[in-house]
Design a protein around this ligand. Structure first.
Ligand code: C5P
Length: 212
């Protein structure tokens, strides 16, 4: 099977030397890519900037901004049977990218931000993707309720939810504790390494594809 995975943070340029980003390490997305490749699947990994070595045997598509990632997904998703969106995509970007480094002047500086395209939200509609669609939900409150809302709004078959307000799991951690939110049921998985969860998730997602 061909599996498209988005991973890592995005970088939204402010000027030639500065950008907005977030705390995503890319570990969960890369663990999924590794697990899928080990099972012999073709993996297309669309990744924002991370410190992680690219796993062997995958097609690696490096991207920086949310707009880059959107374009890469738009191009590649038609080749995929399964799409897993594990990237932490910035919701907003600076309205203008200054051509020169911004000089300090007054005591305050206001940046105007504009909405980025919702890549996962475009999968079913704009990209007309009809394979198995998996989203991630990083929440700090009402985890189940927010994940269910996301599942419905974005036409996902599964949303993988975690609580990013906890220090011991989630962003930049090697471990995670997740809830699998399906349209008809919620399955909690025990806290485990992202590597182990990568294998469990790929197994369950392949099962969804085979049942569809
Ligand atoms: O709505 P929220 O950003 O919390 O949704 C998270 C899910 O949506 C993740 O799967 C993430 O990869 C995806 N996403 C996206 N494009 C965005 C924002 C989020 O693909 N612009």
């Amino acid at each position: 099977m061909t599996i498209l995975i988005t991973a890592g943070p995005t970088r939204e340029a402010i000027d030639p030397v500065r950008y907005l980003t977030n705390r995503s390490s890319g570990k969960m997305g890369y663990a999924l890519a590794d697990a899928a490749a080990q099972k012999g699947h073709r993996v297309i990994l669309v990744s924002g900037p991370t410190e992680i070595d690219v796993p062997d045997g995958i097609d690696f598509i490096p991207t920086e901004s949310a707009a880059d990632m959107y374009q890469a997904v738009e191009y590649w998703i038609g080749k995929a049977d399964i799409a897993i969106f594990a990237a932490a995509v910035a919701d907003y970007r600076p309205a203008l990218i200054a051509e020169q480094k911004i000089k300090k002047s007054g005591d305050t500086l206001t940046l105007e931000l504009v909405r980025n395209p919702d890549i996962l939200g475009s999968a079913r509609s704009t990209f007309e993707f009809n394979g198995v669609l998996v989203g991630f939900a990083a929440e700090t409150e009402d985890v189940e309720e927010n994940a269910l809302g996301k599942l419905e709004r974005k036409g996902c078959d599964l949303v993988v939810a975690n609580d990013v307000s906890r220090k011991d799991i989630g962003f930049d951690s090697n471990e995670n504790e997740i809830l699998l939110v399906y349209p008809d049921r919620i399955v909690p998985l025990e806290k485990a390494t992202k590597e182990h969860l990568g294998h469990l998730l790929i197994e369950r997602i392949i099962r969804l594809k085979n049942a569809s």
